[in-house]
Design a protein around this ligand. Structure first.
Ligand code: 5GP
Length: 185
């Protein structure tokens, strides 16, 4: 479906300004990354860790695109800061609940904005001595970075805009849109 058609098919949601990444583009990128992970980690113990809530759809899609034995973990963190801007301290509100020391771990993240959340999550997870730790993010907003953090893989680089869809919310809505769209705030 092209962007023109998608913007008129927003499940009744209002405030959609522009479709930035189509469902087909997302599917193709996730499938390609799944193939890449499949080859890189073949024969190795692998755990994909999704950061809730935003990454639940991307993490599940990526997990299904990996065609080798692989385990799944979830973690929820809340960032301290004002409004939607994180400021560096993160509080683990739900932990993986597994020993990750025998695994190659891939964090599946929805979006990297200032970079504070992932910099801190990576610091915490490295202390648990995984065999390796990498970050794959669906979206990256490098213009907004406040700390020196780079994902190992970014599927899409986007400009400084507030986006929704594929798990990303605005006021807990819009997560079920199958594409990435900018909202009118
Ligand atoms: P960071 O610590 O990198 O600033 O924050 C990352 C988190 O901020 C993401 O996991 C997400 O929850 C939230 N976030 C950042 N930018 C956006 C955006 O454009 N849309 C939505 N829905 N959440 C965002």
């Amino acid at each position: 479906m092209n962007s023109e058609a998608q913007i008129t098919d927003c499940f009744g949601y209002e405030c959609i300004k522009k479709v930035l990444i189509s469902e087909d583009e997302i599917k193709a990128a996730v499938a390609a990354e799944g193939r890449r992970i499949t080859e890189e980690y073949r024969g190795k113990p692998l755990m994909i860790v999704g950061l809730l809530k935003g990454s639940f759809i991307f993490a599940a899609d990526l997990f299904r695109a990996v065609k080798i034995p692989c385990e799944m973990g979830f973690m929820a963190v809340s960032s301290y800061g004002s409004g939607s801007v994180s400021k560096g301290s993160v509080d683990i509100t739900m932990d993986i609940g597994r020993d990750i020391s025998g695994y190659h771990v891939i964090i599946a993240e929805d979006i990297i904005d200032t970079g504070h959340t992932l910099a801190e999550v990576c610091r915490i997870l490295r202390q648990r001595s995984p065999l390796s730790l990498k970050v794959v993010t669906l979206l990256d907003k490098p213009e907004r970075r406040e700390v020196d953090f780079k994902a190992d893989v970014s599927l899409f680089t986007i400009p400084d805009a507030f986006v929704v869809g594929c798990g990303l919310d605005y006021g807990e809505k819009y997560r079920n849109l199958p594409f990435i769209a900018e909202v009118e705030l």
